[in-house]
Design a binder for this molecule. Sequence first.
Ligand code: PEP
Ligand code: MG
Length: 588
Amino acid sequence: MTFAIHGLAVSRGIAIGRAVVVASSRMEVVHYFIRPDQVEAEIQRARTARNAVIDELRRLQEEVPKDAPGELDALLEVHLMLLQDQALAEAIRNWISDRLYNAEWALTTQLEIISRQFDEMDDEYLRERKADLEQVVERILRHMKGAASPISPPMAPASVVGTAGGQQLSLDGTVDTPLVLVAQDLSPADMLQFKSKVFAGFITAVGGKTSHTAIVARSMDIPAVVGARAASQLIRQDDWVIIDGNEGVVIVDPTPIILEEYSFRQRQSELERERLARLRFTPSLTMDGQRVELLANIEQPSDGAAAVRAGAVGVGLFRTEFLFMGRSGNLPGEEEQYRAYCEVISSMHGMPVTIRTLDVGADKPLDKAQPKDYYLNPALGLRAIRWSLADPVMFRTQLRAILRAAVHGPVKLLFPMLAHRSEIEQTLAQLRQAQAELDMRGLVYGKVKLGAMIEIPAAALTVRSFLKYFDFLSIGTNDLIQYTLAIDRADEAVAHLYDPMHPAVLRLVAEVIAAANAAGKEVCVCGEMAGDLSMTRLLLGLGLRSFSMHPAQILAVKQEILRADSCKLAPWANEVLDSDTPAQMMLP
Ligand code: PEP
Ligand code: MG
């Protein structure tokens, strides 16, 4: 039966594929793809674990005391029957050979399918057999955990879908059907695990438009819907699913007519992409000749190449925290960071690279083990610069690595979430100390421009004092909106209140742009607002000439700029600012 689930559109495009539902299972299970040449070994691994459990249960059966209740023996018999069920064994084999799932993933996938069938049974006795099946599967999983795998799993934490043994898996060559991931929640670090585009799209039950999970999806340029609350309950393993990332709709089990319609739309967006690609080398100028700088936001050193391909003229935001995530506390040292920063600098061929210091905390935990409610209110707690200043050794390690990398190309150093003058002074003192440490070690380092993120209303309101200390400003609209409107950007329950067009937000953004322009200092918007086509003209009208966004958004924004006349936009933008209902103001 066809049905639709509504969520938030966070990453554009249409994806059509079969659902891979990653259950928030009570068993911690690794999910990864194996290589085709590993199929037999993986099937054997599942078989060996199953046989070991059969032996174990048989031994138990023999040891059952004579006076034990008869039910015990009957129960063991049921478990043995389930274990020897040919249909179960065959289904697991199929998941491994057809989908290249690792054995644990194959087992839990099949468990879920059978569990649903049990749930639908009228007979209460049979319905209760589900618990037996779960116990049996758990026993097999325990055996697998104990026995060393002949195939090395990915360097990923449990429950993460990754690529086999760290090798990138091309679906084209191995599995024909595109897969879409359905999960209750995914951390930004989880998302990075499948950055190799194993999945054609993804759906999560929780999350907001500018949650970091959504941001990473956009950076991967794959269709995504978050906040689709019932998705992981309603969508079943292997269901056909359409993700409409433009509208925030998920269509489950579509009819052939619906499929045809969405395949058509999918082809249309491909054509649109190809058309936009022609703008790559076109200079980014408004109709009245104003030059507008289009920069890239990146999360990993290897993203630099995509930035260049998209025609970015530099990196406007390198979110370095992704280098630090999912490493179980084993943070990257100075040398490792230095190499990562050098990689980005070299991939940008002399174009400027803005490196932001660590911004962890809130919805970007360093590790999965760090529970979400680790702090009383994570978004207002120890995150970003507060975290760095609380751990100056870690902070200066990062600063030294960035300063050393700056020898190899133009680097701009950006600090997140500053609000207080004391924080600015402490940050600059740490920078001086990092330079002194490099001097003491006799290491060369480069000159960097210094910038502050303006993403807390307090910073926007006191922007003039920021201008005294910094060479440039970067407006983080994601957090600026979150903190101005008091809504958690990762919480789908308040996502409808996340409004970039709120008059208070617009006034803060406008004042920061105007103050920086008046002082002759560079100002950029690097929050998601910069890649939002509905905001391009307004930002141009407010005097913004530097936008930083995911590479996938650059060409569409450039098209918008090419069609804009900044002379007409400026007076209109002022009217928008004066309006109580700016969202209703028509474009000139
Ligand atoms: C922002 O807050 O707008 C921003 C760019 O930083 P992040 O999304 O990483 O918090
Ligand atoms: Mg921010």
